[in-house]
Ligand binder design. Structure first.
Ligand code: B12
Ligand code: SF4
Length: 481
C-alpha cells in the first residue's frame, strides 16, 4: 500500500518514525511538503505574502501524481485548519482515504473524526497503529488499538491506545523521507532519546498523553538505551555527517544516571556539537560541565513565569528561582548558550510579577529569551480551568486577553524581555525597571529578528527556517515551485 504524508515546512520525527514502521511492514511511503511560507501556524501570518508564495496547487498536484492509497496528516491545533483545507481538496480530487494523527486528534478525537474529509484518526503514538491500519484497510478485521474509523457515516472505535513500551525495539526514523524532499532537512540532525515527560505541566500535551495512556500500563516517559541512540547517530555520521545534532526530548536531563552514562559515550563516539531542552531542577547546574564537555552548545530552559507558588499552582511546574538562576549561571560559565522560555497573558499575572521577572533576568541574564503568549490547547488541565476560552485552531501569537493586564502593557513586557539579553549588561537593571520605554514595538516580527541576531547559525530551527524560506522562495520565483 502507498501512504503519502502531507506536512508543513518543519521536519517531523513523528512522521519519520511512522514511515520507518510502515516500510518495515512492507508499505511504500512518500512525503509532500507545503512550506506554508509567511503562514506560520500559531505564530504569525502575512496574508499578501502567503498568497504570493503559496504552494497549495503544487502540493495538490504532487499528491494527485503520487496516487496514494492513504494520505496522512500530522496535526496540532494550530495546523488543523491548514490540514483540513488540503485534506478536503485531496479527497475531492482523488477520493483518497485520509488519516489524521498527532496531538490535536488525540486531544479532541470526536471533533476531528466528525470532519467530512477525515476517514480515520489515530490517538497517541502511531508506530504500531498506522501499519495495523494499513493492514485493516487492505484485509479488514478488527480495528487496531488507538484507531477510530468512519464507516457508512458511523464512527467505530478501536481499543484504547497503548504506546510502544520499548523504544529500542522501534526502527530508526526514516530520515531520507525529509532530506529527500528538500536539501534544508539535511542540515543538522533531529533526534529524540526519549518519549514523554516526567512532568505534567497544566498547559502541555504531556498531561493529555498521560491521561490517554493511563489504562495502558505503559509509563508516559520512556527512554532509549544509550547504545540504541549512539547506533542511530553513528549511522547518520556514516552517511554524510551532520554538522550538529538537536535532541528534541521534552527533558534531556530527566534521568541523571542515564545522562552520566550517555554523555562521555556521545563525546567519544559521535562528538558532534548538540543542543537540547532541559528542566531547571536542582541538579542541572551540576550537570552543566558534563554537558559542555560532551559538546553541548545550547540548552533551552522553561522558566515560564516568576512567581514560584503560581508557577506550581496554575502551571503545574515545580521549579525554584534559585535553581533556575544557578542553572543559567553554570551553563553560561561552561560556555553553553542559554535560552529561556516564558509565557505572558496568564490569567493570574500582575504588573508586579512581570516587573519581578524582568528584574530577575537583569540579574540572571540568559543569552536569549523566547516569549510566548498563553494558548490554551484543548484537553489540557489549564484549558479545563478556563472553560470556553480555548485557543481557536489556526490562531496567531498575540495576547488572547486571559491576563488582567491590557494587551499594550503585555506587549511592552514582551519587547523588554525579548530585548533584555541584547542590551549592554550595565543598562539592564535600568531598562528592566522601565518597561514603558518598550511600548514602541513588539510582536512576532521582533521575535524573528531577535532569533536571527542570536546566532542563527547555532539555532537549529532558525537556521532551517531561513534556509527553507530561501529554497522555496527562489524555487517559486524561478517558476519551479
Ligand atoms: C519538536 C517540536 C516542535 C518543533 C518541530 C515541529 C514539527 N512541525 O514537527 C518546532 C520547534 C519547530 C515546533 C514549533 C512549534 N510547536 Co511544537 N512541539 C515539538 C514537540 C516538543 C515534539 C514533537 C515530536 O517530535 N515528538 C516526537 C514524535 C515521535 O512524536 P509525534 O510527533 O507526536 O508523533 C507520534 C504521534 O503523535 C503519532 N502521530 C503524529 N502524527 C501522525 C500522523 C498520522 C497520520 C498518524 C497515524 C499518527 C501520527 O505517531 C507519531 C509516532 O509515534 C511537541 C511536544 C510533543 N511531545 O509532541 C511540541 C508541540 C507539537 N508544539 C506545539 C506548538 C504549539 C508549536 C508552535 C505553534 C509554537 C509556537 N508558537 O511557535 C510551533 C509551530 C511550528 C509549526 N508550524 O509546525 C504544541 C502543540 C499543542 C497543540 N495541542 O496543538 C506541542 C504539542 C507542545 C505543547 N505545547 O504541548 N515544535
Ligand atoms: S516540562 Fe516541558 S515538556 Fe514536560 S510537561 Fe512541562 S512543559 Fe511539557
Amino acid at each position: 500500500m502507498k501512504i503519502v504524508f502531507v506536512h508543513n515546512g518543519y521536519e517531523s520525527l513523528g512522521i519519520e518514525y511512522l514511515s520507518a514502521s510502515l516500510k518495515a511492514a512492507g508499505h511504500e511511503t512518500g512525503l509532500v511538503i507545503d512550506p506554508c511560507l509567511f503562514d506560520e501556524a500559531g505564530f504569525w501570518r502575512s496574508a499578501f505574502l502567503a498568497r504570493r508564495f503559496s504552494y497549495r496547487e503544487e502540493v495538490l498536484r504532487k499528491v494527485e501524481a503520487l496516487k496514494p492509497d492513504l494520505a496522512g496528516f500530522s496535526v496540532f491545533a494550530d495546523t488543523y485548519s491548514w490540514a483540513l483545507d488540503l485534506a478536503r481538496e485531496i479527497k475531492k480530487r482523488t477520493g483518497t482515504k485520509i488519516v489524521f494523527g498527532g496531538i490535536h486528534p488525540s486531544s479532541v478525537p470526536d471533533a476531528v473524526i466528525a470532519e467530512d474529509c477525515v476517514d480515520f484518526i489515530c490517538l497517541g503514538e502511531g508506530d504500531s497503529a498506522l501499519p495495523a491500519l494499513a493492514a485493516f484497510i487492505v484485509g479488514g478485521g478488527p480495528l487496531p488499538a488507538g484507531v477510530w474509523a468512519k464507516q457508512g457515516g458511523a464512527v467505530i472505535k478501536g481499543p484504547p491506545p497503548s504506546p510502544p513500551p520499548d523504544l529500542d525495539a522501534l526502527p530508526f526514523p526514516d530520515k531520507k523521507l525529509f532530506s529527500g524532499a528538500a536539501p534544508v532537512f539535511s542540515v543538522g540532525y533531529l533526534i529524540s532519546s526519549s518519549r514523554g515527560c516526567p512532568h505534567s505541566c497544566a498547559y502541555c500535551c504531556n498531561s493529555v498523553y498521560r491521561e490517554l495512556y493511563r489504562r495502558s500500563g505503559v509509563p508516559c516517559l520512556r527512554r532509549r538505551g544509550p547504545e540504541n541512540v549512539l547506533l542511530e547517530l553513528e549511522g547518520a555520521l556514516k552517511t554524510g555527517g551532520p554538522g550538529f545534532v538537536h535532541f528534541t526530548d521534552e527533558v534531556f536531563n530527566s534521568d541523571p544516571a542515564w545522562l552520566k552514562k550517555f554523555l562521555p559515550l556521545y563525546k567519544a563516539r559521535v562528538g558532534v556539537p548538540f543542543s537540547c531542552f532541559a528542566f531547571p531542577d536542582g541538579r542541572l547546574a551540576g550537570e552543566a560541565a558534563a554537558l559542555a564537555a560532551a559538546g553541548c552548545f545550547k540548552v533551552q530552559l522553561g522558566v515560564q513565569r516568576f512567581d514560584e507558588a503560581r508557577r506550581a499552582d496554575l502551571l503545574g511546574r515545580r521549579a525554584a528561582n534559585a535553581d533556575i538562576a544557578a542553572a543559567i549561571k553554570a551553563l553560561k560559565d561552561a560556555g553553553i548558550y542559554v535560552t529561556c522560555d516564558n509565557i505572558l497573558d496568564l490569567p493570574d499575572e500582575s504588573e508586579a510579577e512581570l516587573a519581578a521577572l524582568a528584574a530577575f533576568y537583569a540579574a540572571n541574564t540568559p543569552d536569549h529569551n523566547e516569549v510566548f503568549f498563553l494558548r490554551l490547547y484543548p484537553g489540557t488541565p489549564l484549558a479545563a480551568r478556563c472553560p470556553g476560552r480555548e485557543a481557536a485552531p489556526g490562531g496567531l501569537m498575540r495576547p488572547a486577553g486571559y491576563s488582567p493586564l491590557a494587551p499594550a502593557r503585555q506587549r511592552a513586557f514582551f519587547t523588554l524581555l525579548t530585548l533584555l539579553p541584547r542590551l549592554p549588561a550595565f543598562t539592564r537593571r535600568f531598562f528592566a525597571a522601565r518597561p514603558w520605554l518598550f511600548s514602541f514595538a513588539g510582536g512576532p516580527g521582533l521575535r524573528v529578528i531577535s532569533r536571527i541576531f542570536s546566532r542563527a547559525r547555532r539555532d537549529f530551527h532558525t537556521g532551517r527556517f531561513l534556509r527553507l524560506y530561501a529554497h522555496f522562495i527562489f524555487a517559486k520565483l524561478r517558476g519551479n515551485g
